[in-house]
Design a protein around this ligand. Sequence first.
Ligand code: OGA
Ligand code: MN
Length: 295
Amino acid sequence: MALSVRELHPGFAAEVLDLALAQPLPDATVAELQDAMDRHGVLVFRGQHLDDHSQIAFARRFGPPERYVLSYRPGIKLRLGQPEMVDVSNLDATTGQPQDRNARHRMVNLGNRLWHTDSSFKQVRGALSMLYAHAVPPEGGETEFGDCRTAYDRLPASVKQQIEGLEAEHSLMHSRATLGFTDFSPEERAALPPAVHKLVSVNPRTGRKSVYVASHASHVLGMPIAEGRLLIADLIEAATRPDLVYRHAWRVGDLVVWDNRRTLHRGMPFDESYPRDLRRVTTSDVAFPWVTSPT
Ligand code: OGA
Ligand code: MN
């Protein structure tokens, strides 16, 4: 079956039409979707009917879903039952209503407003993130995506040469610290040590290169801190110029899938007295296809 695909932004992001993801998909369709991911970087599926289990099952076709470490803080009640599911909502786990302004879960999630890529702070990076909308506010709360592949293509040859082989250190604590949030326990810090990744990432399936940076990147190895931070800021800027950005306006039933190795994203502000219930599963960066383990 050939996928029906409509481009949403020149050279970046596409909508896949007429495909219901709640049912198990044939291997051939999964392979076509992986090809489409490699081509477009971001795929949008509208009008879906997913629950947490079917969302996780869909993700599992592409790679092993990450399991969440931060959530296991003693005394913190989780709203969602599955360790594979990240609660990106503004909802309180006990009341189900919009959370307090100073809620810890809100503080951690406010970091999503910075340009970033998911789980760059892990040794095995995040690969595909799949974010599904159960409730959305009447306005605002969009998610923006930047194309790190075209950003790389457009770099001057001298910069391409400069960054080839360079590595940056990434840490979740770094991106949160830039917002003044440092309330992490020693156990959380130990569970999420920094990770080092190359500034240039290559898609092994296509050979295409992209810049790999994020708000989690604190410095470039072998460079004075300030110089490395400026380089990281320049690369983030290059990948988020307005003509490289697709802005997704959410509707209930949207599933958006993005490749964290080749895109940046950030959440936009909204009136937080309205519920915004988005839930995410992220796969780990292993070669595709991978052998699905029995669940
Ligand atoms: C995420 C994320 C942004 C948003 O789920 O990884 O960054 O718009 N979300 O909620
Ligand atoms: Mn994110």
